[in-house]
Design a binder for this molecule. Structure first.
Ligand SMILES: Cc1ncc(COP(=O)(O)O)c(C=O)c1O
Length: 356
């Protein structure tokens, strides 16, 4: 990125040498990313991130029809769920049909497809869930949607870099990705579109990205995205996660790990420690130097339990006491002992304080 900023600082749409330098870098990055994804380079549209890529598809499809239905899994990221619901509310002529997963967070392909019908204008199923890491049956659903001629959006944000990605094999109409989940800078994302698929443009202006997303491209960020793909090594995350979960269960036998009965991305562990509020645990872990997440999302001041766990049918108290540990590419393997020890110490301290 440093090299791009200093040597290819031009606007890639400009015809002079500085612009041509930037264009070359942009084209090379696009080709590199296409090779990694097994995708057609001309179908790649660079965006500002996963949220924009998802909104681009949802709003773009809604702009093409007078109304209809959008079928989504109930465990989608808000960038899909809220986008679909908000635009359905604003436009009035759309219905969002939410399909629940099984009790351990995996969508059943047949159940999902049963919600699709001749009014369905778009189906959305994420590749891997951002809270539990559970990998969803996107290949089965893509095949079924193709047979029914229903466009499918696959939110691949949590899958990229964690499991093999082959878009030629998946054959979905739209797949969204985000750079910052794999070490690229924040502010760069991608939408991979199947050849020939139609979509109204959300951003209209200078006609960049083949008219599908106007706005001068973030060349350095896009090159950073390509570079990040080249150095990804997530294979080492799963053994560390498994070691952590084994030690956690040995230390606290009442811990429940969500999604553990299904294949998951190797970097994610979501669990609940009965009797403890996830938010309290998060803050205590923060004080101890660990950056972990609680399952619940803080929105507009009120703490809602995780919509993912609620859709899985988890009791509210369990959803509220959930915590998520995500391993990065640089997480040291020997962190698990300290992590479990800290959780145990916090639990004992909080129990003592509450007199239990
Ligand atoms: C599954 C999923 N989709 C979409 C997004 C949004 O991506 P971005 O932060 O790049 O807008 C996220 C971010 O956490 C995510 O986990």
């Amino acid at each position: 990125m440093q090299d791009v900023v200093t040597t290819a600082f031009g606007n890639p749409s400009s015809l002079h040498w500085a612009g041509r330098n930037a264009r070359r870098k942009l084209d090379d990055a696009r080709d590199e990313i296409a090779r990694y994804l097994h995708a057609d380079a001309s179908g790649l549209v660079f965006t500002s991130g996963g949220t924009e890529s998802n909104n681009m598809v949802i709003q773009g499809v809604m702009a093409m029809f007078d109304g209809g239905e959008i079928v989504v899994s109930a465990i989608e990221h808000p960038a899909v769920l809220d986008a679909a619901e908000e635009w359905a509310k604003r436009l009035g002529s759309w219905k969002v049909v939410k399909v629940k997963p099984d009790a351990d967070g995996k969508m059943d392909a047949a159940t999902f497809m049963a919600a699709c019908n001749e009014r369905t204008k778009l189906a959305c199923l994420m590749w891997a869930n951002n809270e539990t890491g559970v990998i969803q049956p996107v290949h089965e659903v893509a095949k079924a949607c193709r047979a029914l001629d229903i466009p499918l959006l696959v939110d691949g944000v949590q899958a990229l870099g964690k499991i093999p990605i082959d878009l030629a094999e998946l054959d979905a109409d739209f797949v969204s990705f985000s750079g910052h989940k794999i070490g690229a800078p924040r502010g760069v994302g991608l939408l991979a579109m199947r050849k020939g698929v139609k979509l109204e443009s959300l951003l209209v202006g200078g006609g960049q990205e083949r008219g599908r997303r106007s706005g001068t491209e973030f060349v350095a960020g896009i090159c950073g995205f390509a570079a990040a793909l080249g150095v990804l090594d997530y294979a080492k995350a799963a053994p560390i996660r498994d070691d952590f979960e084994a030690k956690l269960k040995a230390a606290m036998t009442d811990v429940h790990i969500f999604g553990a009965s299904h294949p998951r991305t190797g970097n994610t562990s979501m669990f609940c420690i009965p009797g403890l509020e996830g938010e309290t645990l998060l803050m205590q872990m923060d004080l101890a130097g660990f950056a972990v997440a609680s399952g619940s999302a803080c929105s507009s001041g009120k703490r809602d339990p995780s919509h993912v766990l609620m859709a899985m049918g988890a009791p509210e108290h369990q959803a509220r006491s959930s915590l998520r540990v995500s391993l990065g590419a640089g997480t040291p393997a020997d962190i698990t002992d300290a992590l479990v020890k800290t959780l145990l110490t916090i639990r004992q301290r909080l129990r003592k304080m509450s007199g239990r």
